[in-house]
Ligand binder design. Sequence first.
Ligand code: 6PG
Length: 237
Amino acid sequence: MRIERSETARDLAASCATRLLEVCRLAQAGGRIPTVVLTGGSMGAATLTALATHDERDRIDWSRVRFLWGDERWVPAGHDDRNDRLADERLFGAVGVDPALVHRAAGPDSGLTLEEAASGYADVVDRIDRIDVALNGVGPDGHIASLFPGRDDLLRDDHDTPSVLPVRSSPKPPAERVTLSLPSLRRAERVWLVAAGAEKASAVSRLLGDDAPLLPAARARGRTETVLWADRAALSR
Ligand code: 6PG
């Protein structure tokens, strides 16, 4: 795992955004539509804002970028707690994305059950032939997406693990979510773990230490690279 260090959370989001734009620009230069898995949480939000305000923002064609989410909360479309609403507010409103390339998970307002929504999102993920970058905010307990430590029901990675899993009793509210599974995250060419702040220092220290395998954040490895993006405070242990 490569570590990309920044002094502050703001610098970290800017560096991550710079590299993400470069990955998308190179993909488009090669005639491809890049696929980016977005994340929720504080660094997910900060990275979205850094993209929206970046000097190089308009060097890519945002209408030719595919987006999905590593997880989504089981709340109605447009709800404040939705991760896709975060992207709408922080980035999509500022650039011209193609709604047909923005894959949102169904919420309870769809009339589907949580399990049906997870299965439906899995069908979407399974139709995507390549994931260029999977952004993952790292929780204080070392979770990523909605894959939490100790939750063997979520940390499945056998051959018949679905691409998307329903989550109940999430320790982080809201209690119900859908999440990409480990096999899905491992399809990404690049898995980027993003952690900022002293409250992440314990998780980051463990992630870089001997008991890393216990952490979900340690179990998502990219096909070509796995990068930990961390600020000084998160690396302070
Ligand atoms: C979510 C996020 C979650 C988040 C981490 C870190 O839906 O809650 O996807 O995985 O990225 O919990 O969030 P913070 O940076 O806010 O601690």
